[in-house]
Design a protein around this ligand. Structure first.
Ligand code: ASC
Length: 151
């Protein structure tokens, strides 16, 4: 009985002590994860960009679908910026991400808020509103890339 209790307690400790990073098998997996999420986000963001920049016909339904994907995907990449992934697998992530983690988090949050707004207006289907919100969201993508992504 004592042994069983010890085993159960130990198992609970492992669960409690596991950092989020334990969800990735190895650092390169976290890097590939954040890059994959950003790529999907960028792809769908770009489809809206093509419409608001008159490079593709405006289609309100497509804009709404793409904006929903962008808004959802925007939540994912940051789980991949864990300790120990500053170097490896072709990452362009700058060390500043870990040195100024609060600033990086704030920039990420700003982007998430901006794409959430883009999604809200995209569901309404008004091209001018979508264009304006797209511009704002694009600025927050760019600001973070300029600061935290190596060329
Ligand atoms: C995109 C994409 C980005 C942003 C950025 C906006 O479509 O992949 O990183 O827009 O270029 O300035």
């Amino acid at each position: 009985m004592k042994l069983l209790t010890a085993v159960a307690t130990c198992a609970a400790c492992i669960v409690i002590a596991s950092p989020a990073s334990a969800q990735f098998q190895k650092p390169d997996d976290a890097i590939a994860y954040r890059q994959g999420a950003m790529n999907v986000m960028g792809e769908h963001f770009g489809r809206i960009g093509a419409m608001v920049n008159n490079k593709a016909p405006f289609d309100a339904k497509l804009a709404a679908e793409n904006a929903a994907v962008v808004a959802f995907m925007s939540k994912l990449p940051f789980a991949g910026f864990i300790e120990g992934t500053e170097k490896g697998h072709d990452t362009k992530a700058k060390p500043a991400i870990w040195k100024e983690a609060d600033k990086f988090k704030a920039a990420a949050t700003k982007m998430q808020e901006d794409v959430a707004k883009l999604n809200t207006v995209a569901q309404g289907g008004n091209m001018d509103e979508i264009k304006a919100a797209f511009g704002e969201a694009g600025k927050s993508c760019k600001a973070c890339h300029d600061e935290y992504r190596a060329k």
